[in-house]
Design a protein around this ligand. Structure first.
Ligand code: CO
Ligand code: CO
Ligand code: CO
Length: 314
């Protein structure tokens, strides 16, 4: 849709919306640029504090995905005019404490009356203009690493249907609450060629943006991808979020699937993630060192020259 909006040409825009990247980057001086992003969504869990904290972690993620350091944020609140104010307080508290954990200050915000609750933040970060990690730098020979487990969309759907076990929900919540800060700090020690966070379009959708942006094919080893506990069972039981189906049909013509890959695994590779991990492309020797520095980073495949399809699952 954004392709239909006239492009703004400005020499200080280092990353704009034409590259489907995580955040916009605007150069202020030769050694300082702003990283800007905004994200908000409807409640994903019942507890208001947890929802607010997850929304904050999710909003910050795009800054980390670019290799930036978040500095300030503005909250975005849509809340029923006659809604319970204690719930709203919980959402705001959860959000602001997560922001504090990230050393990012909330300096304002905007709220409107709306029957459907929505919450999130516009986040501003800083970055050196020459150190921006985009999704368009992956090179043939790079190793692909991913820093979290997949399955938050399927588990949230199972929760709504009342079939999710408590410990499975807790594991998904813990994963969504985890900032991508440490993953970002760890990757910045190495020669990272490309990075993006995995959110609403799922692992395949965000990998596809990286593959197209970089003019390469990403080969993903399904056996290397880690899933949240319970996710495979719920996917098999049909707890499939609407967004997952859209993701699958969007990517269909761009993906080569091996015969015999179980349907639930194919579905999970397209599962929309909230506050998902970082997908990182970097040379082999750096991958080996990143694995040691940040053990949550797991190898899930590698980058090749452009093949017939930009995404190949093995
Ligand atoms: Co993103
Ligand atoms: Co975003
Ligand atoms: Co990026």
């Amino acid at each position: 849709m954004l392709a239909r909006v006239p492009r703004v040409v400005n020499e200080n825009v280092l990353v704009g919306f034409d590259t489907a990247d995580d955040a916009g980057v605007y150069k202020l001086t030769p050694d300082c640029a702003l990283v800007q992003t905004v994200d908000f969504f409807t409640p994903i869990v019942d507890d208001s504090y947890t929802y607010g904290a997850i929304a904050a972690a999710n909003s910050l993620s795009d800054v980390y995905a670019m290799g930036g350091r978040p500095i300030s944020a503005l909250s975005i609140v849509a809340y029923p005019a006659k809604g319970d104010l204690e719930i709203l307080e919980g959402i705001l508290k959860g959000g602001s404490e997560k922001m504090r954990e990230a050393d990012c200050v909330v300096i304002g915000g905007h709220s409107i009356g709306d029957e459907e609750i929505k919450f999130g933040y516009a986040v501003t970060g800083t970055i050196h203009p020459e150190k921006v990690k985009t999704n368009s730098g992956a090179r043939p020979g790079d190793v692909l690493m991913f820093t979290k487990k997949i399955g938050t969309g399927v588990i949230a759907t199972a929760l709504k249907r009342g079939i999710a076990a408590e410990d499975h929900v807790q594991a998904a919540v813990d994963s969504m609450l985890e900032l991508n800060r440490r993953a970002c700090e760890a990757m910045l020690q190495f020669d990272v060629h490309g990075c993006t966070d995995v959110t609403g379009f799922g692992l395949v959708g965000h990998a596809l943006e990286m593959a197209r942006g970089s003019g390469v094919t990403l080969e993903i080893e399904a056996a290397g991808v880690r899933f949240l506990p319970g996710a495979i069972d719920y996917a098999r039981a049909g707890a499939i979020p609407g967004g997952l189906k859209n993701n699958r049909s969007y990517a269909e013509c761009a993906i080569e699937l091996p015969g015999g890959l179980p349907e639930e695994i194919v579905n999970l590779l397209h599962d929309p993630q909230t506050s998902g991990g970082l997908l990182i492309a970097l040379p082999e020797e750096d991958a080996a060192r990143l694995e040691q520095t940040f053990p949550s980073a797991c190898r899930i495949g590698h980058v090749t020259g452009r093949q017939e399809k930009p995404i190949r699952i093995r």
